[in-house]
Design a protein around this ligand. Structure first.
Ligand SMILES: C[S@@+](CC[C@H](N)C(=O)[O-])C[C@H]1O[C@@H](n2cnc3c(N)ncnc32)[C@H](O)[C@@H]1O
Length: 178
């Protein structure tokens, strides 16, 4: 990825079907929710979410994105690599919300399964997880895998305007025994 060119051409507004999806995600969370964003990039969505009063822990793997947000918005961005086996020590707690936009399309289905298994570990029970995938990469087997992992599907919107599928699921919550 040519990050300087990506940053130069990036749109800083949250709009269209992505905005509808983010707004639904936020409406389902209380404003004191802690939201982890993986792959914050230029910080567009974290800025939008924070303006609505929520707390966002921003993360990325590339120094260019981390420095861009440090310099432009004076925001701290933690290093977090989805492919690393260990959840970083600086993630002191579990999160109420997990937001991963336009990131999972960089991985194969087998990698996504592994990533989802690990991300589950940073979520509180009944937390919300929003992610998207391009139409041509999305497949029902991802939803089937999430169900197998006891996530519950909250919403799934296929955007014919921008070519992405927008998904919100909730993490498993403990079953009470009768
Ligand atoms: C297309 S950008 C999307 C950025 C932002 N979420 C957005 O929607 O504008 C992909 C993002 O995924 C991040 N990324 C790529 N590989 C990653 C990995 N292994 N772990 C965490 N983030 C990763 C990149 O650094 C970049 O911020």
């Amino acid at each position: 990825m040519d990050i300087p060119t990506y940053i130069k051409n990036s749109i800083q507004q949250v709009e269209g079907d992505a905005k509808i999806w983010i707004d639904e995600f936020l409406q389902r969370l209380s404003t004191n929710a802690n939201i982890l964003e993986v792959g914050s990039g230029t910080g567009r969505d974290a800025n939008y979410i924070e303006k609505k009063g929520y707390i966002v822990i921003r993360t990325d793997i590339y120094p260019e994105f981390i420095e861009y947000q440090n310099e432009k918005y004076k925001k701290k961005v933690l290093f977090f690599d989805l492919k690393q086996e260990i959840i970083p020590d600086n993630f002191l707690k579990k999160f109420d919300g997990l937001f991963v936009r336009s990131v999972l399309n960089h991985f194969s289905f087998e990698e996504i399964k592994e990533i989802l298994r690990r991300l589950k570990l940073v979520l509180k029970s009944n937390a919300l997880f929003a992610f998207n995938l391009p139409n041509n990469i999305f497949s029902q087997k991802i939803i089937d895998y999430l169900k197998q992992e006891n996530f519950n599907l909250i919403s799934l919107n296929i955007s014919h305007k921008d070519g992405w599928v927008y998904i919100i699921v909730s993490s498993p919550y403990p079953q009470t025994s009768l």
